[in-house]
Design a protein around this ligand. Sequence first.
Ligand SMILES: Nc1ncnc2c1ncn2[C@@H]1O[C@H](COP(=O)(O)OP(=O)(O)OP(=O)(O)O)[C@@H](O)[C@H]1O
Ligand SMILES: [Mg+2]
Length: 277
Amino acid sequence: MSFIELEGVCKCYGPRRVLRNVNLSVERGEFVSIVGCSASGKTTLLSIASGLRQADHGSVSIGGKALAGFPRQAAIVFQSYSLLPWFTAFENVRLAVEAAFPDWTVARRNEKTEAALRMVGLGQAMAKRPSQLSGGMRQRVAIARAFAVDPEILFLDEPFGALDALTRATLQQELARLCQVAERPVTVVAITNNVDEAIVLSDRIFALSKGPEATLGTAIPVSLPRPRTAATVLHDEQAVRIRVKIAQYLTSHSSKPALHGRPEAIPSRALALEVEA
Ligand SMILES: Nc1ncnc2c1ncn2[C@@H]1O[C@H](COP(=O)(O)OP(=O)(O)OP(=O)(O)O)[C@@H](O)[C@H]1O
Ligand SMILES: [Mg+2]
């Protein structure tokens, strides 16, 4: 059995069935991305995988145990920065450290908080409130907060979706580095609507078909050597094949073409960009 296992997951909102028979296995230490169109059910799937929401049918287990609520050893980063506006960057991160390590001394917690913020390059901005930070800096705080609790599992819901392309590329690199230098192996389940982001970061990618009744395709492994960057994957042959596979899955499992055309008619540049609604 895999570390994280979803079997036959279905979810309805009223009469609308959003997810149908979703199966997902994630190994310990793996970085898995789920790509899909807007409103296909990605957030619903991540909230079920992280125990924030319950499936109507099917099962979710982590470490061989049925999931009951958000796991203690996990952290989550949302697309919206979800920082407390009246707290500084330091206080936002320290709150999570306090909850994760209640037995630690204040000095040790402060040290951990500071180290996490320095890791994401915010050593000089710790005393600033979210309103005084740029979007990229706020998302850095959210990432620092997630890593500050030494998570075993990291759930990411389009964490860079609201950022410009350059900041997004920088943060992708920082995320990859943080996963590598983390104190213990981090298992990551990330949602993105950006295929190249998935290729840069993941060991395996799953495409979620367009809803309603969205379901996951088979795993697409990414064996490109690391470190990877947006530039190195742009013209890589394997990356091109992966983009085509994802586009084919999304178009063949959609009631209307997800990428406005047949897979072979889609210019490769379009596939490098974000999956359209
Ligand atoms: N709490 C809810 N009650 C009713 N319908 C919901 C609820 N949450 C989501 N939905 C609907 O379920 C579908 C999937 O929503 P979800 O947020 O999971 O999609 P998504 O792929 O994350 O979308 P996006 O790309 O915009 O983030 C949408 O049609 C949405 O309107
Ligand atoms: Mg979403």
